[in-house]
Design a protein around this ligand. Structure first.
Ligand SMILES: Cc1cc2nc3c(=O)[nH]c(=O)nc-3n(C[C@H](O)[C@H](O)[C@H](O)COP(=O)(O)O)c2cc1C
Length: 314
């Protein structure tokens, strides 16, 4: 098995899975701005795909140039997870990741996402099923469901599952994203890893802004890698090696790239409205940014966006 995780230079940097954000288009834009070392897809439901095929996954597993790429799956049926994981291997994905942190009510009701924290026997079956794909398997986990202390048992269990990597979003499901991430637990988690699963890579996640910040976390807590999510909203260049101020022109160029790629895909898998959440990524930190953003938020299609930009010589 080709396990890219073991070949990564440490520390490595990962773009977090973010539903309706880190799609094929945005991953390409981030790669263009300053590439991470590893990409994750948005989360993709195995049972939805088994029952309804491509229609149900709405482009989440479309061909992507950004590599290595991890297919981030969720579900509660091991057979379905196995089928989709095997399909991902056929599509050329490099690894499978299982979501155990999604706090969404419908995911929990169906027994997937964060509900798996309370069902270790099922989680073990899901991991075994994903491994049938022949790809390395990792897990993205929270500390626990409602109590921080759950991490001792929950993460020890996950570490006993022979995973390629374990990403820990350092909050419980109940904490959502409302409290600061509990980085202070990392030394104990790393010690647990050294004792239970020395080959499993530990990836820290939660409130890490950019590569420089990540390097501080790595130095202090000795994790192998860092995953960054919302940081790219505030700075699409979050992964760059040598941070510098980026000009308005550079930001607008990224916006044009995003619009062009969205249009090229031309598949209408995502409505125009879904593009609006990206305008704040590119239209920021320059004179007149908030007025321009306001104007773009009133638009109904890409042509209107281009007309507004052209009128300002952008
Ligand atoms: C818009 C959005 C969508 C997200 N979607 C997912 C997802 O599909 N799967 C997942 O495991 N986490 C998801 N997350 C959580 C992030 O991957 C990450 O764990 C969390 O935002 C904390 O990291 P950060 O502080 O670097 O953003 C999402 C977060 C955001 C803001």
């Amino acid at each position: 098995m080709n396990n890219f995780w073991q070949q990564l230079d440490k520390p490595f940097f990962v773009l977090a899975p973010m539903e309706a954000v880190t799609d094929v288009v945005f991953r390409h834009v981030v790669a263009n701005a300053s590439p991470p070392d590893v990409y994750f897809t948005e989360f993709t439901n195995a049972t939805g795909w088994v029952n309804a095929g491509e229609k149900a996954v709405a482009g989440r597993l479309d061909k992507t140039d950004e590599k290595p790429i991890v297919a981030h799956l969720w579900g509660s049926d091991p057979d379905d997870i196995e089928k989709l994981a095997v399909h991902c291997a056929e599509l050329g994905y490099d690894s499978i990741d299982i979501n155990t942190g999604c706090p969404d009510k419908s995911a929990i009701k169906s027994g997937g996402g964060a509900a798996l924290i309370k069902n270790q026997p099922l989680m073990a079956k899901i991991i075994t099923a994903a491994k049938k794909s022949g790809l390395p398997v990792s897990v993205k986990a929270r500390l626990g469901y409602s109590q921080i202390d759950e991490y001792k048992d929950w993460l020890a269990f996950l570490l006993s599952q022979d995973l390629a990597a374990l990403t820990i979003h350092l909050r419980t499901k109940s904490e959502m994203s409302k409290v600061p991430a509990h980085w202070e637990l990392l030394p104990e988690i790393v010690t647990m890893r050294d004792r239970i699963a020395p080959r499993t890579l530990i990836v820290a996640n939660g409130d890490i802004e950019d590569r420089q910040h990540g390097l501080e976390i790595v130095k202090k807590y000795k994790v192998d890698g860092v995953m960054i999510g919302r940081g790219v909203f505030h700075n699409p260049f979050a992964f760059e090696n040598k941070p510098r101020n980026h000009s308005k022109d550079e930001l607008i160029k990224l916006l044009h790239l995003h619009l062009d790629l969205y249009e090229e895909r031309g598949d209408k898998k995502r409505k125009y409205e879904t593009l609006k959440r990206f305008y704040k990524v590119y239209i920021r930190d320059f004179d007149g940014a908030s007025e321009l953003r306001h104007q773009l938020m009133q638009t109904k299609n890409i042509d209107e966006v281009r007309t507004i930009l052209a009128a300002q010589g952008l």
